[in-house]
Design a protein around this ligand. Sequence first.
Ligand code: GLU
Length: 425
Amino acid sequence: MAVQAQATEHINPYEVALRQYDRAVAYLDLPAGIKTFLRYPKRELSVNFPVRMDNGDIRMFSGYRVHHNTVLGPSKGGIRYAPRVDIDEVRALAMWMTWKCALVNLPYGGAKGGVVCDPYTMSQNELERLTRRYATEIILFISPHGDIPAPDMGTNAQTMAWIMDTYSMTVGYSVPAIVTGKPINVGGSQGRTEATGRGVIICMDEALRRGGHTNPSEIRVAIQGFGNVGTYAAKHAYDLGYKIIAISDVTGGYYNGKGLDIDDVMAYTRTSQHHQLAGYPNADPISNEELLALECDVLAPCALENQLTGDNAANIKAFLVVEGANGPTTPEADDILFSKGVEIIPDILANAGGVTVSYFEWVQGLQSFFWDVEEVNRQLRRVLIRAYDDVVQTRDQYEVDMRTAAQITAIKRVGDATRTRGIYP
Ligand code: GLU
């Protein structure tokens, strides 16, 4: 579930993605033309389509699908349903997917999709009709070997099942590998729903361990966002013995200095209105800004872009920021946090668990051979820790911060592959 953007002015995520790119690519010895090529989205589709609402009215919706880069393989990335999605946000998210997939060594490029809508005010029937129509509108852009969508904010396993069904009906046979993040009974992978949050905590735990913090019960964690990423990050951290002192969603922040019982919170949101935290009894209400500025050890922004900005970064007291969301920190905030000595595990590493298990799901689907959850979680950990090691090595080699190091590592892989493939024709 989304948390309202706190930034006073609108910060364009695509400008943020390009600034991060320019900062990182400057360290690399690549031909100037290739550096420019990697800045551009490869192709973009913009669609406007009608949906019949439950009351009989016909409403127009706008959607997008952007392929940023396909040098390393088919493009991969989620579909977002949110009221404020626009082409620049989708471009930014597609570019981040390119770097994320390259960083964790998946044979994928980057893509993203979005539909401008408020899924929390629509019925299941309306969402199904919207999803099937959007899938039909972008059908020329997606395929199991060309571009493979997945869930993102406002979409879930059910959304993916509708896309898979729509695609399969159109081509005349079942194509489970057209999307990932599907329900398990139609070819989804064990562990996919939990994977992004689990990966966030694998990275957090690794950073803490390397910093000499080996006792989870002494570490106070604040998590912004209680959607798919925040919920499973909280759950995994809680199961490992970390103290989750605050969580939040669109309805506000919830604080308990003794540590929240995340099983109890999850039991509450399973039955609460819109699965939101409003009215959760075993915590004190706080604002989103108070949550970000809490006296804590780890802050995990797991909601939207542009949450840590030049306006509020100086207030952050955590010594470690782990980015479950895509793009939660602006370049101004990066500079402030770096100068304060706050370590950041950047989004393209910290939240790469989702797309990693998406890759496992795709491989399992193509082979029609399915793994148990232990195997999925073991392989997830292996992939993330190897990427973590690669980022640390790059950080030490170039003497840069963790975000720049992650971006350098990823951009270098895509740039080198571009040179190896050559420029067509
Ligand atoms: N939407 C997720 C992300 O931002 C997952 C994408 C995928 O699994 O393809 O990484």
